[in-house]
Design a protein around this ligand. Sequence first.
Ligand SMILES: O=C([O-])C(=O)C[C@H](O)[C@@H](O)C(=O)[O-]
Ligand SMILES: [Mg+2]
Length: 435
Amino acid sequence: MVDHRPADLVVTEVRLTPVLVADPPLLNTQGVHQPYTPRLIIEVVTAGGATGLGETYGDAEYLALARPLATALVGRKVTDLNALAALAAHVDGAAGTAGPDGVDAAGLRGVRTADKLRRSVRSGFEVACLDAWGHATGLPVHALLGGAVRDRVPYGAYLFYRWERHPDGLGEPDDWGAALDPAGIVAQARRFADRYGFTSFKLKGGVFPPDQEAAAIRALAAAFPGRPLRLDPNGAWSVPTALQVADALADVLTYLEDPVSGTGAMARVAAGTTIPLATNMCVTTFEELPEAIARDAVRIVLSDHHYWGGLHATRELAALCRTFGLGLAMHSNTHLGISLAAMTHVAATVPDLDHACDTHYPWQTEDVLTERLAFRDGHLDVGDAPGLGVTLDRDRLAVLHHRWLADDGTYRNRDDAAAMRRVHPDWTTPPVPRW
Ligand SMILES: O=C([O-])C(=O)C[C@H](O)[C@@H](O)C(=O)[O-]
Ligand SMILES: [Mg+2]
């Protein structure tokens, strides 16, 4: 272990860098991804000279909470992680910026509460502290969480209906091409399988009428016999529609993800199908767990360390899932390599990781790391490098930050419905249930 004095672990500086990251025109039930999506990169510097990296959502409401937390963290130790929650709660009170509770309209993030916003911000700081602590001591983050129980973490292909390009030539072009029907989805899945070795496939649904999406799942089942398949319409269906689709796909789906909106509706679907239901929408906070468990609404919780408040909180969630017989896997939104590395470290420490984790990462052609994380046979190696095991590329960070600075505000908050209006001027977020 590297020699260090406790004083070396004191935070002397926190740098916040909002960035805009290129994102392809991926479709979901609310609209289409913007050409650029906001993320926040957090750097924590210690007295001993270690620097730690964290990443979280970068929309304005997250930045507003991150700024006072960055100031409050200076003078604390990077090991002081149990105090981070109180610190985050305090700065929230001072800033008064958490906004009203309700349902998140951008990016299908489930319930929106002040506490969840605080947790999402805090998660990026916790990861940065763990990374700095790891660099100071020579230990990987998974060791600081109690140790890895696996040496590689499985990920799945996250399939999206998509356009070839963003309208008006905006954004950064890629060579994936359009995917708007079963053949396009199968071609996309093949490319994911060939390039990354993924053997599980999740289709983002809620875009086309359910029979078309069921046909895409059937086509995937024919192309990849016996492989785990999932369908996620982000709560866009009614209970009867969900039951029909579940019935039609019972022999091929590993699980159905958020077919309907709300715990009550999920419980009604769960009671009428043998397919396990998974969620990253009706259970995204600890407060939502008791009702979901009591009503047997979900079998699998798709954790997202941002929502839940960080890597330690994810392990608390894992313990609760284990206690109540729920499966655990991991959800992903548009993110960069720092968050993917953080996910991988925590996933490595969770004994019961029941399914391959989701990740958007292959869709992101840009990163702020010197070296992209590389999937091998559908897995990421856990590794024993200090901290998260990743290195910041300052030049790339500056480019993506400059894009954020140059933006007139159009992309600083993710809004998939607004992005859709560029093509369909009358588009509004469809009411739920949509079908
Ligand atoms: O599994 C999910 O529900 C998601 O990943 C939510 C995301 O916002 C996804 O739908 C997206 O980015 O369009
Ligand atoms: Mg989902």
